[in-house]
Design a protein around this ligand. Structure first.
Ligand code: RI2
Length: 326
């Protein structure tokens, strides 16, 4: 039977699987991997016409896009590579796609470094930061501060259910930052010892709402109550262009087994897994309203959340169409 769907390279399928399973995770890392996968698709394409080549790239982008719905860095990366690739022939298109992906990945790295230096300005010698989840953008601020010779300490929340706080703790220890690891429930108790809550973002909406790892919004409420500033470190690829026209950000719900394994569930209820009357919910993200955020740190400087829409318009214009949706 003939199959008319455009060919998607196995390496793209692998990347998509790694993103879906969170082997590759973190909004920036997902964007980086997606751009690399599009370049790989371009390099491996056997298409003989520009139309077929573009069709394959769109199919690859769609496969990558459908892995995780919340981090807008993923569609932003795909759009950047697809829309920017130009050429009249397959070989021109191939070269252009690969160059565009490489440029995206290099810009991503540069942006994080710049953002780190901007964020480091907020941190003084001797400050204590509290982190939630593992954000490379947030940790770039700590790294830059440490490189400037400031002594920074970190109180690191474990971040159930996947304990990405452990990754943050490991990275911070590599930079010799003293780390205190706490369970998520202990955050309020430790906020008195903290100078800044420093988190990343998966998406930022036009009104300045911050979509980040589940637990961020509760932490922000606690921090407000204790008078601790909440700083969000997010490169501009985390800005969600669709929210400028009123769209909301989809919050990913993940497998309940991340919260409760089937074996633990059986032990808990002693019964039949299909009909034990127990519901497990596992939303991966939540929304922190702008009134609970002090500043959004980007590679273009720091912004009060309410003014981020100006930067969004400047960077994205009004174009929000998905490039594979033709
Ligand atoms: P960077 C992560 O999501 C966390 O929510 C983190 O704050 C955010 O991505 C940004 O990460 P997940 O992929 O881009 O662990 O700053 O679900 O590395």
């Amino acid at each position: 039977m003939s199959d008319h769907r455009p060919a998607v390279a196995p390496v793209v399928e692998e990347t998509a699987e790694q993103i879906a399973s969170m082997e590759i995770r973190g909004a920036a890392a997902i964007a980086d991997a997606a751009a690399a996968a599009l370049a790989a698709q371009a390099e491996r394409s056997e298409a003989t016409t520009p139309e077929a080549f573009r069709g394959e790239l769109r199919a690859a982008a769609k496969a990558l896009y459908e892995t995780r719905p919340t981090a807008v860095s993923l569609p932003n990366a795909l759009r950047y590579v697809l829309v920017g690739a130009e050429g009249e022939t397959v070989s021109e298109l191939r070269a252009s796609t690969v160059a565009r992906a490489e440029r995206f990945r290099a810009d991503l790295e540069d942006a994080q470094e710049t953002l780190g230096r901007v964020g480091a300005n907020r941190l003084r010698d001797g400050d204590v930061v509290m982190t939630h989840c593992h954000s490379t953008d947030a940790l770039a601020c700590v790294k830059a501060a440490v490189e400037e010779g400031k002594r920074i300490e970190a109180i690191v929340k474990e971040t159930r259910p996947r304990n990405q706080g452990h990754i943050a703790a490991r990275e911070l220890r590599e930079w010799d930052v003293p780390v205190t690891l706490i369970v998520d429930n202990a955050a309020h108790r430790y906020l008195d010892e903290v100078d800044h809550v420093l988190v990343g973002a998966d998406s930022i909406a036009a009104d300045g709402s911050v979509v980040n790892k589940i637990g961020t919004s509760g932490l922000a409420v606690s921090a407000r109550e204790r008078g601790v500033p909440i700083v969000v470190a997010a490169q501009t690829i985390k800005l969600h262009p669709d929210t400028m026209t009123g769209h909301t950000v989809e919050i990913e719900t993940r497998d309940e087994a991340e919260v409760l394994s089937p074996a633990d569930r059986r032990e808990l209820t002693g019964g039949d897994l299909d009909d034990d009357g127990l519901t497990v919910e596992n939303p991966a993200f939540d929304v922190t309203p702008p009134r609970h955020v002090d500043a959004i740190v980007t590679e273009h400087g720091q912004f009060p959340p309410e003014s981020i829409v100006t930067l969004m318009r400047e960077l994205f214009g009004e174009t929000t169409r998905e490039p594979w949706d033709r």
